[in-house]
Design a protein. Structure first.
Length: 221
């Protein structure tokens, strides 16, 4: 099931704007990665299909996931995130560098609401709608799912939009770090600050704060 879904995701060309943008990034590249071959295709989810927690980012990073071929891999946000996942005993190592680095997740799966990087990190509604077909199947594959942790406000808003699009869900809920809401499929939706360098450098989030939230969710599920 997962393999078929992942193949469908990787082959997807439904959103012309996103296809054009990811090709541009993969051709122009960032200076420090100039000699690398970028993945340049949509990004699939990754992790433990028996896990009870789903981590959701908005979209792959331009020079992280779009370059390496794995969600939250090869950039500063992933460096911070995996330090915290490792401390919470969700990952087997504190780094996520490339596809063959031996990384494994237990108790959790990680994905993005949008499978391609959008210009300016701002997806259009129709692009999210197209990707929700995949997001819906990923959620269906996670038979033990109890909690969704949205990494950042934009990912949180995308999750809320997903539930409003697919269920009779009309509650007005607002993002906040550590805020927990029950959504229609009896899953807990939890807000978490994005592990971006900006949030880390300004002190909005630190390793202790993020790790403690992950540990709290592990106890809840």
């Amino acid at each position: 099931m997962e393999n078929n879904l992942n193949l469908s995701i990787i082959k997807c060309t439904k959103c012309p704007r996103l296809v054009k943008f990811r090709k541009k990034i993969s051709t122009e590249k960032r200076k420090q990665y100039i000699n690398e071959t970028y993945w340049g295709k949509p990004i699939t989810g990754f992790g433990d299909l028996k896990g009870k927690i789903l981590f959701v980012g908005l979209a792959p990073a331009a020079h992280g996931g779009t370059r390496t071929g794995r969600v939250f891999t090869g950039d500063k946000s992933s460096d911070f995130l995996y330090k915290c996942l490792y401390k919470a005993k969700i990952s087997n190592q504190p780094t996520s560098k490339h596809l063959n680095d031996g990384l494994r997740l237990s108790k959790a799966y990680i994905t993005t609401a949008l499978k391609c990087v959008p210009p300016g990190d701002k997806p259009l509604k129709n692009e999210l709608d197209n990707c929700f077909n995949f997001f819906n199947k990923e959620i269906d594959n996670l038979k033990n799912l109890k909690a969704v942790i949205a990494l950042g406000k934009i990912a949180f808003d995308a999750c809320v939009y997903y539930y409003k699009s697919n269920y009779a869900f009309h509650e007005k809920i607002k993002f906040g770090h550590g805020k927990i809401f029950k959504v229609p499929d009896n899953v807990l939706l939890i807000g978490c600050y994005h592990p971006s360098p900006r949030n880390v450098n300004t002190g909005r989030i630190n390793e202790k704060k993020m790790t403690n939230l992950f540990l709290k969710v592990l106890k809840l599920v």
